[in-house]
Design a protein around this ligand. Structure first.
Ligand code: SAM
Length: 329
């Protein structure tokens, strides 16, 4: 049996948040003042969930958080995930989303354990601005070192995610174009979504795909790269062939119709959409001793009920039941 929702979308992409702790407090993400207890499960529990989900058609697993590199034991977890086999008999593709602060010393070890790709979040290429966004002094050099170590380790391609906020860092578009060319990374701009703890989102703060493209074209001529149906990013290269960037535009150009994702939150709930207004407590079922068949039944039923689309910016929009740092980006 393969996972499909009631709209016929096949689900093959899994994101697991392995902690909701974070060592950064990015202004558009977390307040850092809510004082709530952290939620993490033993890796064995995430592994059991992943094993079952892979047997149901998941082919890609992305580890996220919170900040996933805060968890010691992540290397062994990657090694265990790499031993799973998809329904096609292959190793699942394993990726990591990280702020990169602790990446330099662990990139090679993760690669050797079976990690295929890494995405590093970085919202400014200017160290002072970077510190203002992350609210951590002197992080920039560590993140840059993490990006370079990942490239050296052969984690390919290294992607760098940048969330743009109007009036805050939208002047970083062209510097990021230069960065992509100089560092050999794929930069991806992400439109800001209403998933922050501070509730500061308004449509006006979002720097849209069209604006990013217009600005980057002032720097150099661009050519669009064909992208896969379930790929979330629109991809572009600089016309001289040096450097690539992408734009993920869930607000101005939603891609829900091709969504192939589900998420496990750090406390073991199954989440069918970033904007879900409730979660499905898979871990509670496990805790009560449910056998694999019961978990399969629960997962299949939950995935079938996946929301058709998000309603960002529409009248009556109901905010998600949790914010990004708790869901896992
Ligand atoms: N700590 C890791 C990191 O920094 O990549 C993983 C978790 S973080 C929540 C994952 C990604 O979500 C980051 O690239 C971050 O910029 C992005 N993100 C957080 N809040 C967002 C929002 N409201 N809209 C769009 N992207 C957001």
């Amino acid at each position: 049996m393969l996972l499909t929702d009631k709209f016929g979308r096949s689900i093959h992409d899994l994101r697991i948040s392995i902690t909701d702790r974070c060592n950064y407090r990015c202004v558009y993400c977390r307040t850092g003042t809510n004082g709530a207890a952290y939620a993490e499960l033993p890796f064995a529990d995430y592994l059991r969930m992943a094993r079952i989900l892979v047997s149901l058609g998941i082919t890609k697993i992305r580890l996220t958080g919170g900040e996933p590199l805060l968890r010691s034991g992540i290397v062994d977890f990657v090694r265990d995930l790499a031993k799973l086999r998809t329904v096609h008999g292959e190793k699942p593709e394993i990726a990591l989303t990280t702020n990169g602060h602790l990446l330099a010393e662990i990139a090679q070890v993760l690669k050797d354990a079976g990690l295929d790709r890494v995405t590093v979040s970085m919202d400014a290429v200017d160290p002072a601005r970077f510190a203002r966004i992350t609210r951590v002094p002197n992080g920039y050099d560590s993140v840059l070192a993490g990006i370079r170590a990942s490239r050296c380790a052969g984690l390919d391609p290294v992607k760098v995610n940048c969330v743009l906020l109007r009036g805050f860092n939208e002047d970083q578009i062209i510097p990021f174009g230069m960065f992509a060319r100089e560092e050999g990374v794929v930069v991806r701009f992400i439109e800001f979504m209403p998933l922050e703890e501070d509730r500061l989102w308004t449509p006006g703060v979002v720097v849209t795909l069209d604006e990013i493209l217009a600005r980057m074209s002032e720097y150099r001529p661009l050519a669009e790269i064909e992208h896969g149906r379930s790929e979330t990013a629109r991809r572009y290269r600089f016309a001289d062939g040096v450097g690539e960037f992408g734009i993920i535009a869930p607000v101005s150009h939603p891609f829900c119709g091709h969504c192939s994702r589900i998420r496990i939150t750090s406390d073991g709930k199954l989440r069918t959409c970033l904007f879900s207004t409730w979660d499905h407590d898979l871990h509670e079922l496990m805790r009560r001793g449910a056998p694999d068949e019961k978990l399969v039944e629960f997962i299949v039923k939950t995935v079938a009920s996946k929301e058709e689309r998000h309603h960002i910016g529409e009248p009556g929009f109901v905010p998600a039941s949790r914010t990004m740092v708790h869901i896992g980006g």
